[in-house]
Ligand binder design. Structure first.
Ligand SMILES: NC(=O)c1ccc[n+]([C@@H]2O[C@H](COP(=O)([O-])OP(=O)(O)OC[C@H]3O[C@@H](n4cnc5c(N)ncnc54)[C@H](OP(=O)(O)O)[C@@H]3O)[C@@H](O)[C@H]2O)c1
Length: 190
């Protein structure tokens, strides 16, 4: 069981642009749309395999609102995309889909609930970056798994607004994306 921040990021370290758009990501061909494909068939940094090992999820409220806006803009009713027990962190009184729980406060108090709900599988910190950073501050983030996207955005929502030392565990090509798994070592001194 591990707690993993798995996300896509621009080359200059943003997970969303200033307008909270992800078109830069959706416009990037992954292995299905790029002839360079993957390195071999034994890719381990495969999102489909990752999600099978996820036992619970947590996201910040801005990410929830982004999901809601995406559904609205495509004319579809909003449907919660994850079947695992899930939490949204917020100080606001927001409407959440049935079964999704709200939390506010110190993520160190939330983590045991996520672990218990995961029942031996992994906890996925979906984002944003500061939320993942809160888990790292508490020494509770085990891995960062990023899909590096060959685009720069100049500004936006940061990947990890912290000084953290990471240890690279794996790198794989996924079309134009570069999937990288890092173990979190700890705070990087000034
Ligand atoms: N590239 C990717 O793969 C990826 C992945 C995830 C998200 N995103 C994008 O990133 C954007 C959102 O990122 P974001 O950094 O703005 O934030 P976020 O983590 O989705 O939301 C941040 C908000 O959550 C609330 N919050 C955070 N920690 C809390 C705590 N401990 N207790 C209570 N409330 C807490 C606060 O809002 P309140 O105080 O107002 O409640 C905070 O402003 C969205 O556009 C989303 O689509 C991209």
């Amino acid at each position: 069981m591990a707690t993993i921040f798995c996300t896509a990021t621009s080359l200059d370290g943003f997970i969303a642009d200033d307008a909270e758009s992800l078109t830069w990501l959706f416009n990037t061909p992954n292995c299905e749309g790029d002839p360079q494909g993957r390195y071999g068939d034994d890719a381990t940094l495969d999102f489909d395999r990752f999600i099978e090992r996820v036992g619970s999820t947590v996201m910040g409220v801005n990410t929830l609102e982004w999901l809601r806006r995406e559904a609205q803009s495509s004319g579809k009713p909003f449907a919660w995309p994850y079947e695992q027990p899930s939490w949204v962190v917020t100080h606001r009184d927001v409407e959440v889909p049935d079964g999704v729980k709200l939390f506010q406060g110190d993520v160190a108090d939330l983590h045991p609930l996520l672990v218990e709900a995961a029942d031996g599988r992994d906890v996925w910190v979906i984002g944003g970056g500061d939320l993942a950073g809160q888990f790292a501050d508490a020494g509770l983030l085990d891995y960062m798994w990023v899909h590096l996207t060959p685009v720069t955005l100049g500004s936006g929502r940061p990947l990890m607004p912290r000084r953290l030392r990471l240890h690279r565990e794996n790198v794989e090509r996924d079309g134009q994306l570069t999937a990288m798994l890092f173990r979190v070592v700890g705070p990087e001194p000034d």
